[in-house]
Design a protein around this ligand. Structure first.
Ligand code: ADP
Ligand code: MG
Length: 210
């Protein structure tokens, strides 16, 4: 059974159809890439997968359960969609600590280790309001991976990262794949897609295998 199964999904806003009768099956342990120009519906697709919004037609199943049918958000999903809200007056570590209290499955050491993995200093006193865009992006990556989430839904994960950081995060995602985790990512940059096993392009409201 696929982890995520998108069946005949149509989605649009007013007269503007973004996706029409789209089908996609996501299997465990692979990296999938979705490319397409700005406004083509990449983020909308990911929001539907996460159950934040719903298809106009068709359905989406996560581990066999249809989204929106009284299901809770899948616990093993780590998600970046647009920039998460942070507490501006707290440090990166303090923000991740607050988020970790929701599930209560990781300790301070694990949070600090995750920050180091992506190139953030867990002991820094710098507040998030003074973070660069790239640092905020790294913090977003931390919250998506720090609980060893098994399915990562990463919308434009390389945005605002410098070249060394892009390489670091790419290597990290490849390591996660080797561990059997499943990753979906979007990009408008063809180069970022090199780490993907399977790539689709949104074109004329369809997902075309690249
Ligand atoms: N809530 C909304 N209401 C109306 N239009 C929306 C809404 N959300 C997104 N759109 C439109 O849908 C299109 C696709 O958006 P999006 O999925 O964010 O594109 P991208 O591929 O750049 O991620 C855009 O034209 C956007 O303006
Ligand atoms: Mg987008």
């Amino acid at each position: 059974m696929s982890i995520i199964s998108i069946n005949n999904v149509t989605k649009g806003f007013k007269q503007n159809i973004l996706l029409e009768n789209v089908n996609l099956d996501i299997d465990k342990g692979k990296i999938y890439g979705i490319v397409g120009p700005n406004g083509s519906g990449k983020s909308i697709l990911f929001k539907m997968i996460c159950g934040f919004i719903f298809p106009d037609k068709g359905n989406i199943f996560i581990n066999g359960a249809e989204t929106g049918k009284k299901n809770r958000f899948p616990e093993n999903f780590g998600v970046i969609i647009e920039r998460p809200g942070y507490i501006a007056n707290k440090t990166g570590f303090q923000n991740l600590k607050e988020l970790s209290l929701i599930r209560g499955v990781i300790n301070d050491k694990q949070i600090a280790e995750t920050m180091e993995l992506v190139g953030l200093d867990p002991n820094s006193n710098q507040k998030v309001k003074d973070f660069s865009l790239g640092m905020k992006q790294k913090l977003a990556i931390c919250q998506a991976i720090m609980e060893e989430q098994q399915v990562l839904i990463l919308d434009e994960p390389f945005n605002a990262l410098d070249i060394d950081s892009v390489k670091k995060i790419r290597d990290l995602l490849l390591k996660f794949k080797d561990e059997g985790r499943t990753i979906l990512l979007t990009s408008h940059n063809q180069e970022d897609i090199n780490i993907c096993d399977i790539v689709y392009r949104i074109n004329a409201c369809q997902l075309e295998r690249v």
